[in-house]
Design a protein. Structure first.
Length: 243
């Protein structure tokens, strides 16, 4: 960031103070202009103003969740050109879900490069991510990686339920072969969905009956509980605002 003109007067006086005088107010004006986009961004945010103020670059967000600048490059790329604004506009549960699901995809060997999230409010939800069916190259690469995970025994092929996930994303799918916190991925002409069930529906009796309980229980999966169970840190490690 350019420095304020506090230290510049001595130099201007020694050379030609009168000639440089008109330039002095121009620096604060430029500084105010550079701050304007941030102000506009926060004003457009429906959340309370204290939370918006705490999302300044270099400071911990008011809700304590990881800031945009703390995300991995691939996570930032998924959010697009206006990623910082899109991320700031998400609610805490949506932000936590984004961190947990994208981190778990990376841990499972699934490359998100080139994938395109659907526009909000569809793309990032508190219990799933929805991707576009394009670009084909990125979609087919992910499908190939899911098939590789099935071949290695880490996942099992399981056609998703069209009633739960939509018929446009249930042509092909697979579930992680674990009893708890099992990732599910589905593909179709409408795109891709990725979520994590608290119980693995195909593993054992604990998984089967646990997943039945999930389906019968109203509400969506809590991403904070999933993250805690998987030891995925969603917290910011930046200093609080004002420090």
């Amino acid at each position: 960031m350019p420095s304020l003109p506090v230290g510049s007067p001595p130099v201007q006086v020694s050379r030609a103070a009168p000639a440089q005088a008109p330039a002095a107010p121009a620096v604060p004006t430029a500084q105010a202009a550079s701050a304007a986009p941030r102000s506009d961004q926060f004003d457009a945010n429906p959340r309370p103003q204290p939370q918006a103020q705490a999302t300044q670059p270099g400071h911990r967000p008011a809700d304590g969740l990881r800031a945009y600048e703390e995300l991995a490059p691939k996570q930032q790329a998924l959010l697009g050109e206006d990623g910082a604004e899109r991320y700031a506009a998400l609610g805490p549960k949506e932000r936590a879900a984004f961190i947990v699901l994208t981190t778990r995809m990376e841990q499972n060997g699934f490359d998100t490069s080139g994938l395109q999230l659907k526009a909000q409010p569809e793309g990032i939800q508190q219990d799933r991510l929805l991707f576009e069916a394009e670009p084909k190259e990125a979609v087919e690469r992910l499908k190939g990686q899911v098939r590789d995970a099935v071949a290695s025994g880490k996942f099992v092929e399981d056609k998703p339920s069209g009633g739960l996930h939509g018929s446009g994303m249930s042509d092909y799918g697979a579930r992680q072969w674990v009893t708890r916190e099992a990732m599910q991925v589905g593909f179709g002409h409408d795109g891709i969905f990725v979520d994590i069930d608290r119980f693995g529906a195909k593993t054992d009796l604990v998984g089967i009956f646990g997943h039945m309980g999930e389906i019968l229980t109203p509400g969506k999966t809590d991403p904070f509980k999933v993250g805690k169970a998987l030891h995925i840190d969603v917290a910011s490690h930046l200093p609080p605002a004002g420090k």
